[in-house]
Design a protein around this ligand. Structure first.
Ligand code: PEP
Length: 242
């Protein structure tokens, strides 16, 4: 049943990019034409400063998202951006609970509140979970991830989960397809058949096919390899129609 979920290929640009990057969706489009990718969704999450300058998703077929949001719609929260603001600037998704935000202090309760805020604003939250290397070495990976999902995921109709083992993010170390398969099967049991499950952690053209082909992997969340449109396009081309 999960096989019918539409793949989502999501690039997280983190704190990279100037105004010239606003045209990258057009470059992506020339590398992977919209008519050849009707079976999948492609998403770029640029820095919030770029969001409203990015080429229109209706023209490029490349959706836009935020990288984080505040739980409140507005208020005295210096330096923060609300889900409503992201929506207003052209986003349809927002990443919440990325391990880099969790490392800055976001708790499961914060992530839960941000995911609710995303839904309130009409955005689809991509809720990130993942164990540390020490937790994996101690044999606790599945337990840790299950607990994060229980606490970070509110009751929502529409959301995406990104499993991103912390030790695989930006390190070049990728979880083996066997590890990813095992974890995604466990997450599928926990969240049911309708939720798209992304894998993230050093996904690149060379490993995309083996990861994206797994039964319960419905796409990828990509950092480094999502900054260049040729590698992002190669990864997206490896996503099978499910
Ligand atoms: C990420 O930042 O979510 C990520 C997976 O990064 P990378 O692909 O660079 O490991």
């Amino acid at each position: 049943m999960a096989k019918t979920l539409r793949p989502l290929i999501a690039a997280n640009w983190k704190m990279h990019g100037d105004m010239s990057w606003a045209f990258k969706p057009a470059d992506f489009n020339t590398l992977f034409l919209t008519e050849d990718r009707t079976h999948l969704d492609v998403l770029i999450c640029p820095p919030a400063t770029l969001l409203s300058s990015m080429l229109d998703p209706e023209q490029t077929g490349v959706l836009l998202g935020g990288q984080d949001c505040h739980a409140n719609a507005a208020g005295a929260h210096t330096g923060n951006v609300s889900a409503e603001m992201l929506k207003d600037a052209g986003a349809s998704y927002v990443i919440v609970g990325h391990s880099e935000r969790r490392a800055e202090g976001d708790t499961d309760a914060d992530v839960n509140a941000k995911a609710k805020a995303a839904a309130r604003a009409g955005l689809t939250p991509i809720i990130c979970v993942g164990e540390t290397e020490a937790e994996r070495d101690a044999g606790k990976a599945q337990k840790v991830v299950a607990a994060q999902i229980k606490a970070s995921v509110p009751k929502l109709k529409d959301y995406v989960i990104a499993y991103e083992p912390v030790w695989a993010i930006g390190t070049g170390k990728t979880a083996t397809p066997e590890d990813v398969d095992e974890m995604h099967n466990a997450i599928r049991e926990q969240v049911g058949a309708k939720v798209r499950l992304l894998y993230g952690g050093s996904v690149k053209p060379a490993n995309a096919e083996s990861l994206l082909g797994l039964k319960n992997v419905n796409g990828a969340l990509i950092g480094g390899a999502g900054l260049e449109m040729d590698s992002l396009a190669e990864i997206a081309k490896a996503a099978p129609a499910k």
